[in-house]
Design a protein around this ligand. Structure first.
Ligand SMILES: Cc1cc2nc3c(=O)[nH]c(=O)nc-3n(C[C@H](O)[C@H](O)[C@H](O)COP(=O)(O)O)c2cc1C
Length: 181
């Protein structure tokens, strides 16, 4: 049996926020032996993405981009833990996804082939009590997974405004317990 490696990418603009709390609740239920790596996108800032697909086409990831690429490729399961910002993913999360377009073009990376078969998951906290408002975020992740031939694990939603609020969302806590099963 292959060991699963979960990469949690934290996309909030603050520490200890609801999204991370919810992701950690879900991660507590992962089977023993499952590897977990947690990376905070604020600690690995990426430059604005430059689209060079139709220029010289050459893009070699360096620095934080290389770190994130290596972590992404090493994972069997990529968990995007982004708060809902203006009904979408946060800026740091979006920038990470934009860099996928560069990695698709990077020589000798085979990004698309190596992403295929991994599972993409989403975890998000939102202030709104209507879960449908997170549909754009869920659609971004679901369609991105499909584009790369990844399995789509779904999105775990939790309600909260101030850090810690999500712990009072009993529905979210219950969903977190079975999210990765
Ligand atoms: C820039 C910004 C945009 C936001 N946009 C939305 C939104 O569109 N819908 C919503 O329900 N909550 C929105 N919120 C509230 C956050 O989703 C909520 O506070 C959430 O708990 C933040 O997650 P965090 O604690 O993990 O940082 C926004 C907050 C910020 C700072």
């Amino acid at each position: 049996m292959t060991t699963r490696n979960f990469l949690f990418l934290l996309g909030s603009s603050r520490t200890g926020g609801n999204t991370e709390t919810l992701a950690r609740l879900a991660a507590e239920q992962l089977p023993a032996g499952t590897e977990q790596r947690w990376l905070d996108l604020r600690e690995l800032p990426l430059p604005d993405f430059e689209d060079r697909r139709h220029a010289d086409g050459h893009y070699t990831p360096t620095g934080n981009a290389a770190t994130l690429l290596e972590a992404t490729l090493a994972a069997t399961d990529v968990v995007i833990a982004s708060p809902l910002y203006w009904y979408a993913v946060s800026t740091s999360t979006k920038r990470y996804l934009d860099h996928w377009s560069g990695w698709l073009e990077a020589p000798d990376v085979d990004f698309k082939q190596r992403m295929a078969g991994k599972t993409l998951w989403g975890v998000t906290a939102l202030a709104d009590t209507e879960p449908e408002v997170a549909d754009p975020l869920a659609g971004t992740l679901r369609n991105s997974a499909r584009y790369l031939g990844m399995r789509w694990g779904g999105v775990l939603l939790g309600n909260g405004t101030r850090p810690g609020d999500v712990l009072t969302d009993t529905g979210a806590a219950a969903r977190a317990k079975v999210f990765f099963s």
